[in-house]
Design a protein. Structure first.
Length: 305
């Protein structure tokens, strides 16, 4: 995906969520996490050079070791000593509109599957789904800018639901500079009223991926990458509008991984329309406050038709 990028090679993927269903204290067993921490390079690379609508399906697997947490002073102390497992199943539909050159749209739905195990805890179930979409624009064939928004619906299983409506707006940017891919997302989670008449704090986040395309063959590509993620969650208020102690949090996490891509036509058993992707990376919390330390492994699988 260097300067000779062909618009027919569209590798659009969308990581929607992170470990856990909530970033604020409730009476339920839930994990912390940084929004969109499972993203890979080219998560927001889109091409508007296509004629017919198409679709993609993605499956993400996320694991976090919750044995450590950041306390109110930023020290790493003993955590819940549990293991959190999250699956994210996403279905996306891509299309264009006449009269809007270099522009495309995506509608999507993502369903989380959550399980927390260990230290006497055993909860699982479908989490709160996210429904929404995005719009992108290509100023050049190698650059993508756009915005997205999702609504989180509190319809998941009682043991893992946030019981809170939330809006997830964000802006994204992706560009190729030679063999280097830059993928940047900046956004927020704006939460409505929470359980027991609480007011959960909103979250701001930033997610950066830098990939370097070391192998660029006609049938496959290999792109190692580094990741940097940040989240800041403001304090929650109780039913009396008093700030809930230790509910304000933040975390910075760094990681590394590799993205594998397979050209259309290689998988004869699938009706593959675009380059499929498999990515795996590890991320570790290096600084934070009042949140479980990110110590996780992320895997993504994407297929297009």
């Amino acid at each position: 995906m260097r300067a000779g990028f062909s618009p027919a090679i569209n590798m659009a993927g969308l990581g929607l969520c992170v470990l856990g269903a909530s970033l604020y204290p409730t009476d339920k067993a839930q994990a912390s996490g940084i929004p969109f921490a499972s993203n890979r390079p080219q998560s927001f690379q889109f091409s508007s050079d296509f004629t017919e609508p198409y679709n993609s399906v993605g499956q993400e697997f996320e694991y976090n070791d919750d044995r450590k947490r950041f306390d109110d002073h930023g020290n790493k102390v003993a955590g819940s000593n549990t293991d959190t497992f999250v699956g994210l199943t996403s279905l996306l539909h891509y299309w264009k509109m006449e009269g809007l050159p270099n522009t495309g749209f995506v509608a999507s739905i993502t369903l989380p599957e959550v399980a927390i195990r260990g230290n006497g805890t055993r909860v699982s179930g479908f989490g709160d789904p996210l429904v929404g979409g995005l719009v992108w624009y290509n100023p050049t064939p190698l650059r993508t800018i756009g915005m997205q928004a999702y609504v989180q619906l509190p319809t998941g299983a009682d043991s893992v639901s946030s019981d809170t409506y939330a809006l997830w707006p964000s802006l994204f940017y992706n560009e190729w500079l030679g063999k280097v891919n830059i993928d940047l997302l900046v956004g927020a989670i704006i939460r409505g009223d929470g359980p027991h008449h609480t007011e959960p704090g909103d979250t701001g986040h930033a997610n950066l991926r830098l990939g370097y395309n070391i192998v660029d063959r006609p049938t496959y590509q290999i792109t190692p990458f580094v990741s940097a993620d940040y989240q800041k969650t403001f304090s929650s208020d109780d039913r009396n509008n008093n700030a809930i102690k230790f509910s304000e949090s933040n975390e910075t996490a760094l990681g590394a991984g590799v993205l594998f891509q397979l050209k259309p036509g290689v998988q004869q058993v699938f009706a593959q329309k675009m380059w499929d992707q498999v990515s795996i990376h590890f991320s570790k919390g290096v600084e934070g406050r009042n949140t479980t330390v990110t110590d996780g492994l992320f895997l993504q699988l994407w297929h297009y038709w």
